[in-house]
Design a protein. Structure first.
Length: 244
């Protein structure tokens, strides 16, 4: 038995799904009476979606494009979606991890170590926010798409046209991911994606230090070359994992 707080949250979620379903249908110019798509209006709507996606792709929201594309391309059984965990516990553990890292940072005096730990914290804070939005997309947008495609008030032909338009919307988001250039991304993107991949700049720095110490007797390694190697390693990790 659920308490009143849970029931209230569920009601708010259902109301939001109804509103978003209505808004999504408004972007799908289907003439129900004639069972056809108004192609002129659809081209206009697609340009608006492309403009929105282009704006998103210039922000950290680019990491959510693939999830959004999948939501438009795929609908899950309503029972399966209803049984999916909300991920609140995972978010709480991510917040706790950030607090633990902050405690370590407060006792760090070495500048290179401080910068590496700071990068880890910034990345985890940003990724935690994005992860929360990711869960929202999975929980809400997929249900919205499910409602759009399982509307008993329209004909099977109209349902088929809705599927077609949703596929095209999903392709716009998917193509934006394909066009994404990793090498052009700034510091905040790098540290956020490292957090997503569980890549620690601090750990990489420590590994590099140990590696240099082990060969210091045979090679002349300068501090600047250590920093260059560390930065190169972090960038390679992010680029390699994104391509995969």
């Amino acid at each position: 038995m659920h308490g009143p707080g849970v029931e209230k949250d569920d009601q708010m979620t259902n109301d939001r799904i109804r509103i978003l379903t209505s808004k999504l249908l408004q972007r799908m110019p289907i003439n129900v009476d004639k069972d056809c798509i108004d192609q002129k209006l659809w081209r206009f709507e697609k340009r608006k979606v492309e403009h929105d996606v282009e704006a998103i792709s210039k922000t950290l929201g680019v990491m959510l494009l693939d999830t959004t594309s999948a939501a438009y391309h795929h609908t899950q059984d309503s029972k399966e979606m209803g049984g999916r965990p909300r991920g609140n516990n995972h978010l709480q553990s991510m917040v706790q991890e950030i607090m633990t890292l902050q405690d370590k940072l407060d006792t760090t005096w070495s500048q290179p170590v401080f910068e590496a730990q700071e990068g880890d914290i910034v990345g985890k804070i940003l990724w935690t926010c994005l992860h929360g939005i990711h869960l929202e997309i999975e929980e809400v947008l997929e249900k919205v798409v499910h409602c759009v495609l399982n509307d008993s008030l329209v004909s099977p032909k109209v349902q088929g046209m809705r599927t077609e338009l949703l596929q095209e919307m999903g392709n716009i988001f998917k193509n934006a991911v394909s066009d994404f250039q990793v090498d052009d991304q700034p510091y905040l993107w790098q540290v956020t994606y490292n957090a997503k991949l569980h890549v620690s700049r601090h750990q990489l720095y420590n590994d590099e230090q140990q590696n240099h110490e082990s060969i210091s007797c045979n090679e002349n390694v300068t501090p600047s070359s250590q920093t260059e190697t560390f930065v190169s390693t972090v960038s390679h990790q992010s680029k390699h994992s994104w391509i995969e």
